[in-house]
Design a protein around this ligand. Sequence first.
Ligand code: 4AD
Length: 476
Amino acid sequence: MHRTAVLTLCRRVFLQTLRHLCEEVPRKLRVSEALSGVGLGKNVQIQGWVRSVRSQKANLFVDVNDGSCLQPLQVVSTSENQDPQLTFGSAVQIRGVLKKSLHRKQSVELEAGNIYVVGECNPLDFPFKIKERHKLDYIRQFPHLRSRTNTFSSLLRIRSEAAWAVHSYFKENGFVHIHTPIITSNDCEGAGELFQIEPSCPQNEDDNFFSVPAYLTVSGQLHLEVMAGSFSRVYTFGPTFRAENSQSRRHLAEFFMVEAEVAFTRSIEDLTTVMEAMFRRTTEHVLDRCPQDVDLFHKHVTPGHRDAVEAMLKAKFHVVTYSEAINILKQSAQTFAFPVNWGCDLQTEHEKYLVKHCGMRPVFVIDYPYQLKPFYARDNRDQPQRTVAAVDLLVPGVGELCGGSLREERLDLLKARLEEVGLEDTYSWYLDLRRFGSVPHGGFGMGFERYLQCILGVDNIKDVIPFPRYAHSCLL
Ligand code: 4AD
């Protein structure tokens, strides 16, 4: 045979084999990819969990979801594929051809060749029932299974997207991400709500593992202050821990905090600008990227909350001083359980009243009494009521979302304050930061779970974190 003919034949055989191999091994698709039309007309494979099964004449319809999006993919097969193990909640692997659907609710469907049940699920024992929208406090009892419900999987996708948006906000604005330690020897907030760490089997009874008492961090702020002194703009986003013996709907023993620290800043306004921009950017991103998941909450879990979120985004955040806030509360016709006096800590009932008074929009309360805030807050040196340049952001439905301040950068004032509270030795390294190239700076922390409560309207903080930890509860 002529050499060219041999080459042409070889090429044809090679291409045919390649095509055959490609056809034989169906492409694995996520449900979200299939629903957006990837793999249309091709042999594909889907893996996931059954949301519903129904038989109609000669056809079998199975809805499958793999967590990539809220909507399931409809699989159509013949009733020969009916299998007693193919039940709501079972895990399946399905191969078939992805086709255009004539049904108005979906654009594609999978015409299945074979349906393989990977893991059975007995519907009588499974705590969730088909087609039922269980309440958040019911599914909370099953932290190991609740991500299988539509509601909680939507929540976790929103949480993931919001976390991504927070990182991207800081990246776009020139902040350096710092991994601040989880184990620390300081109590940044000075509130004594620390979990102390000890080895479970100490090598030597008298020995302290770290040679100093060590705790789970309540805030990465002090470590961020170190880094702001080199990078100017830094942030961290990680777990923080507070031993608050509270069963409230806004407190956890372990929660995630977004914290930022900005050097060369002299005004509280520089901080409130960052807080407001981060809130808006993150919220707009979530509304844009997770429309179905957010709708599930705004339509079925917390009906009407969408309007509240849109109103928050439309309005400019309001600013009041602590003293103005006290006057507003004093003039209110409402009777508060906690009395209102200049110098008192604002309670949830006060925070909610202030937000309502300001038209249900976020409110920054600034310039708090000196005695109410930790040692690091910058002294305003005002008279007759001494205040510090601290700020809390209050939001509808939740109350306090963020807390921050300008930091005391003046060595003599910081030293005097640390002496006042007997901490000058503990914080000698912190004083060093004011000795070597000190600059005016400030920062804030935002409770990430409270943020999710705020945009979704979820009443209980335990319903916006995968595995809630609080007093007398540490499941799993
Ligand atoms: O106001 P906090 O205590 O501020 C700090 O920790 C500062 N060191 C942060 C900083 O300036 N870098 O906490 C910040 C936010 C609160 O506004 C609240 O949203 C949230 O953290 N938070 C909690 N969230 C859930 N459970 C708890 N127990 C919380 N305690 C505070």
